[in-house]
Design a protein around this ligand. Sequence first.
Ligand code: PNS
Length: 160
Amino acid sequence: MKNESIIIYPGSFDPFTKGHCDLVLRALKIFDKVIISVLKNPKKKTLFSVDERADIIKSYFPNESKVEVDIFSGLLIDYLKSKNINLIMRGLRMLSDFEYEFQMSLTNRKLHKEFEAIYLVPSAEYSFISSSMVKEIAEFNGDLKLFINDYTRKKLNEKL
Ligand code: PNS
């Protein structure tokens, strides 16, 4: 039997957006399984706790057995080694993402020579969405229907 192809999608996801969801659905056309791995970093201030972020992500994929949500802390490469997976995916929305992603990939490769990353481009309608913008729009009661699902909107309203 052929081995299952799995890709890790790491990020802060504070909160997960329809842009992130779009990337996961694209990845599922290429891989058998996507593990969305949420970073738990006590030093980084986030609006949602790591459990809340994971709970929000699950609300996007209620009936999708090919998507798993996991939590990690520490170095990404140590997490990858613990899972015996060398491959991650990240989204590239605009040119401005490139420098950060390039630096992160090369740093990870220095730390772990087997490290590989692939970059997926979201649908144009999501190419400008970011979690920080979502939070800012929420703060001023803007319309977020296009950017996040109903459950995330409810959770954001409870927070702000
Ligand atoms: O959604 P983000 O905040 O752009 O995701 C960044 C993330 C979580 C992928 C990155 O910060 C990360 O991997 N952090 C874990 C710590 C680490 O491994 N740092 C060294 C590589 S840059």
